[in-house]
Write a protein that binds this ligand. Sequence first.
Ligand code: SF4
Length: 212
Amino acid sequence: VDENAIKDHWALLQKAKKALEKNRFNDVRILENAEEAKKEVLSLIPAGATVGAGGSQTLKETGITDALGKDRTIVRHSPAMGLPERREVWKKAAACDFYLASPQAVTLDGKMFFMDKYGNRLAAVIFGPSRVVLVAGYNKIVRDEREAESRTRNVAAVKNAVRLGTKVPCVKTGECEDCSSSERICNVYLGLLKKPPATEYTVILINEELGY
Ligand code: SF4
C-alpha cells in the first residue's frame, strides 16, 4: 500500500467534507476503511429501525446492508420481483426510518450526483425517509459537476451495465453512447447541490476504493 496515495486520498476526502458542510450537509464523516464504515452505520441505525436500500455495489462490498439485516428490517426489491411488486416495495422503502444509497460522484465543491434506471432510489434520496445515509469510497470524488457527469456515465453506468449483463452499447465500447436501448440503465440524473431542507443526511466518506 502506497502511504502517500493514502494521504492524498485523505486530503481529497477532507476537502470534499468541508465543501459538503458548506452546502449544509451537516453530518459528514470520514472513515479509514470499509470495516470502520460498517461499524459507524451500525451505531447510527438502531436495532428495530426500518431501512430502505437501493441496489448499490458499495453497500454490498462494505457488507453494510447484510450486517444491518440481522436486527433491522431492510426494505428492498429482489431481482425476481416484477414491476408491480417492485413499485410497492419502493414506496415502502422511501417511507422507512433510514434510506441507504451511494452516489456515483461527489464533487470537491460539495455536490453529490446519482444516476438511476427507474428513479425510485433518487426519489428516496430527495425526500421520504427520516434520514438518508450516503456512503462513498474516495474513488467517487471528482473535481466538479462536469467531471461528475462524465464519471457517472462513462465509469459507473458502464461498469454497472457490465455487471448486470445488460444489452446496451457501452458494454461493448467501454464508454457511454447515450443509447436509445429499451434496456438503458441511465434514465434519471440527480444532483444534490445543497441540502434539501426537509431531509436529514449522514454522508460517510471512506478512504478506500469501493463500488462504481
Ligand atoms: S446511456 Fe446507454 S450507453 Fe450510456 S452508459 Fe447508459 S446504458 Fe450505457
